[in-house]
Design a protein. Structure first.
Length: 349
């Protein structure tokens, strides 16, 4: 399977899950054979990862493995393609300047699309913290005959990188579920202000909500429903939305960061907190508190619960055992290991 065929299948929204898996597996095999970088989930703590001031930059093998999160890859690639075509309308006759932050060794969200655009239409800036990822991308561009495209590789930390000039599109998918560990917020706060007005940042929106759920029942029902959207499953008595504890919008991230810095005690930096009350329910023991993540990539392209590794629920072990009436101060803490923090308050009357 060649790159053009792979791209055609990924962009075909009527293709089956099996066809999509085959296409992305073929993409990974092609890239691995050329670069000798083998996908590896790298679950061993900190295995070859880079610890930054604002989160963890996962190692190239783990970044390559993300391509095999099939629905995630497909939705992001389709969203990027739609965004580029939208920007061609917004900026007619203009060479679109794109920054892909955290491109990894395969530049998965952009590389398959390059055959769809003529040389000169796009100016590409591929940024990664790991030099081996950038070397890998250069090999792939050469092997697939894509060098005529205007491409620059940049070794830098996306949380602090300053681009020369304004950008039309920023692609930055540097996240784990519930925005834990990786620096998605810091990257967004730094890069979104560097867009042209009417430019696009991908992803366009990330919502993290705290819920009570019977996770085993709920996941089994979700699997059997063949990925029905959450709006259909929310009717279940075994799933309760408590509060949205964080919304990450590119146009607001820099302001949120400034507010967090103004409130900082010099020890920790956190976004505005949310108060969450555990409802009083007779069947509370069968529930678990969890954070659910939903992502708007661009326009109609969303990733919902269980559709990806980054939209799986994250259990809130800090709240065990659950008790109705208890109140929590929930905040998103920034720094070397970003994550949500839970502080137990006095119980509600």
């Amino acid at each position: 399977m060649n790159m053009n065929t792979i791209c055609d299948i990924i962009l075909d929204e009527t293709c089956s899950p099996e066809e999509l898996r085959e296409a992305l597996d073929a993409f990974v095999v092609l890239c691995s054979e050329i670069t000798n970088i083998r996908p590896d989930a790298s679950f061993d703590a900190w295995a070859e990862d880079s610890l930054l001031d604002d989160g963890v930059a996962i190692n190239p093998q783990a970044a390559a493995h993300c391509a095999m999160d099939y629905q995630r890859s497909a939705v992001f690639i389709r969203g990027v393609y739609a965004a580029i075509n939208t920007l061609k309308i917004r900026f007619p006759g203009t060479q679109l300047e794109i920054l892909y932050a955290g491109c990894g060794p395969f530049a998965t969200l952009l590389l398959p699309l390059l055959s769809q655009f003529s040389c000169g239409e796009l100016k590409l800036n591929l940024l990664d913290f790991h030099q081996s990822s950038l070397d890998s991308v250069r090999l792939l561009l050469a092997q697939f005959g894509l060098c005529p495209h205007d491409v620059q590789t940049i070794k830098a930390d996306a949380c602090s990188y300053k681009h020369k000039g304004k950008l039309h599109l920023v692609i930055a998918e540097t996240m784990q579920k519930a925005l834990e560990q990786e620096p998605q917020f810091a990257v967004t706060a730094n890069l979104a202000p560097q867009l042209w007005p009417a430019g696009v940042f991908i992803p366009q929106r990330i919502d993290v909500a705290m819920c009570l759920a019977d996770l085993e029942y709920e996941k089994d029902r979700f699997d059997r429903s063949q990925h029905k959207k959450r709006t259909e499953l929310e009717k279940s008595a075994r799933w309760h939305l408590l509060e949205t504890v964080c919304t990450l919008l590119p146009e607001q991230a820099f302001g949120q960061l400034q507010e967090a810095q103004a409130r900082s005690d010099g020890i920790s930096l956190e976004l505005a907190h949310t108060i969450v009350v555990i409802p009083r329910m007779a069947d509370i023991p069968q529930f678990e508190a969890a954070l659910f993540t939903r992502i708007c990539v661009f326009g109609q392209y969303w990733l919902n619960d269980y559709e990806s590794q980054i939209t799986l629920p994250l259990k809130c072990y800090e709240l065990l055992p659950l008790a109705g009436g208890e109140r929590y101060r929930v905040s998103y803490k920034l720094g070397r290991y970003p994550k949500f923090h839970f502080e137990r308050l006095h119980s509600a009357p």
